[in-house]
Design a protein around this ligand. Structure first.
Ligand SMILES: Cc1cc2nc3c(=O)[nH]c(=O)nc-3n(C[C@H](O)[C@H](O)[C@H](O)COP(=O)(O)O)c2cc1C
Length: 437
């Protein structure tokens, strides 16, 4: 009893000695589940709630333009909303000015965020033309000044999400950024490296050797989290082996943030349990139904609510149809990341499952890439009030006529890089494209 009390008092003293940034980093990094990556148009409160139900502890939201937020833009304000229960939420901001960024951090604190993440990875023109997102990676010393100022002025801990470089392979400068950030008096709580350059988009596999190099360079200054191409628990394990905790550097840990939850939101549980859940079509529908019901609760069960929710709901189905039963037994030895390898995965699955046309109609339907299929499924789920109703309504959609019509992706949703997200989907569905960084 005495020993237990002694241990407890040591823990309390150690926690008390920690700065808020260290305490935040500890909470984020100590979780056995990865952090949900910032996802514009997808990292909404209902989607984050779904991921939390499936094992996510720490979550990030959609990128918020700090300037618009500070001017009171309601859309940007909405991106800060979170339920009380979401205690480890990071609000991601895009800014290149210390005063504006600090003002946004204050608003994030008032909204209950646990920390603020600075976006230095967004490659889209909308951000880079204003000197935001990956444009910040051009000058390491300048970025470090910005980060130092934000950390000093912010009431919340600040993390930073970078890429390998703002441009092509030759200009990789992530290590320079880590060095400049490590030299700051006011350091970030952690740094995430999306291990691709800004111009690579999703065309190349993420290079986790660079995550390792950055984590070593960061030393004890802050933890480095890796990001890119983790679609299954066994890929997570493999990435971790490429970027192991550096021996002898006690406080360094690499963990990762996870965007592939877009396809399987239960990936957090899979990584925690080191085991893939391979749900049936009906079980997947139950998951998707809970998300759609979450949007209905958030925006209202009427025409107005549906109209607002429809900016987001069909967008999720542009990712859900990509799910495949990837068992470690059959796919554990694939060299190229599974997400980069959509056609080879489908060819291998044909050997295991038989031809796609022989699958149960509901299973075929859930794998249809056509935007109209996603829209119809979303619609059926929105109009259902129980899992049983939802499964029955979607099953009714799986007619031979529909399956034939939706067999091929439409021009708007065609994959550009074998299974990764299509950048054009957003345009058709009223979003002006996505800001995937
Ligand atoms: C739909 C979508 C939206 C995204 N939005 C953001 C964002 O707002 N901020 C950001 O830093 N990254 C964003 N990203 C990038 C992801 O956070 C992640 O870095 C990237 O997808 C690489 O991880 P992956 O290989 O696991 O997909 C987005 C990605 C996608 C697919």
């Amino acid at each position: 009893m005495r020993n237990a009390l002694l241990a407890l008092s040591c823990c309390i003293k150690a926690a008390a000695a920690m700065s808020p940034r260290e305490a935040l980093a500890k909470r984020v990094v100590a979780s056995p589940a990865p952090v949900l990556a910032p996802l514009t148009r997808a990292g909404t409160a209902p989607f984050r709630a779904l991921c939390r139900r499936h094992g996510a502890d720490a979550t990030m939201g959609e990128m918020i333009f700090a300037r618009q937020l500070c001017k009171g833009d309601r859309r940007e304000q909405a991106r800060l909303r979170r339920p009380e229960a979401e205690t480890l939420f990071g609000a991601q901001i895009a800014t290149n000015q210390i005063s504006e960024g600090v003002a946004a951090c204050v608003l994030a604190e008032e909204a209950g965020a646990a920390w603020v993440d600075l976006n230095c990875g967004c490659p889209i023109y909308e951000a880079t033309r204003r000197g935001l997102g990956s444009a910040l990676l051009r000058k390491p010393a300048k970025l470090a000044r910005l980060v130092g100022g934000l950390v000093e002025g912010s009431p919340l801990p600040v993390s930073v999400k970078i890429r390998l470089s703002p441009a092509g392979n030759k200009d990789v400068n992530a290590l320079e950024h880590i060095e400049a950030l490590a030299a700051l008096d006011h350091k970030p709580a952690f740094v995430t490296l999306h291990a691709r350059t800004a111009t690579q988009r999703y065309g190349r596999a993420a290079t986790w050797e660079d995550v390792e190099a950055c984590a070593r360079k960061a030393g004890e200054n802050f933890p480095v989290l890796g990001n890119g191409d983790v679609l299954t628990h066994f890929e997570a394990r493999r990435k971790r082996a490429v970027a192991p905790t550096a021996a002898g550097l006690m406080h360094i840990t690499h963990w990762w943030i996870c965007a592939q939850a877009l396809i399987n939101p239960w990936l957090f549980d899979d990584i925690r349990n080191e085991k893939s859940w391979l749900p049936t079509a009906a079980e997947r529908l139950e998951v998707y139904y809970s998300l759609v019901a979450g949007y209905r609760d958030t925006f209202g069960d009427d025409e107005r609510g549906r109209k607002t929710a429809w900016y987001f709901v069909p967008f999720h189905f542009n990712f859900f149809h990509r799910w495949r039963p990837l068992s470690e037994e059959h796919f554990g030895a694939f060299e190229i990341p599974l997400i980069q390898n959509g056609r080879a995965v489908d060819a291998a699955l044909e050997e295991i499952e038989g031809p796609r046309a022989a699958l149960a109609p509901l299973e075929q339907l859930l794998r249809c890439a056509h935007a109209d299929a996603g829209e119809a499924i979303a619609d059926a789920l929105w109009s259902s009030y129980s899992v049983a109703d939802a499964v029955a309504a979607v099953t009714r959609l799986a007619t031979p006529e529909h399956l034939a019509a939706w067999e091929q992706p439409d021009a708007e949703t065609r994959d550009e890089d074998e299974g990764h997200s299509s950048s054009s989907a957003g345009k058709k569905r009223g979003g002006g494209g996505r800001r995937n960084s």
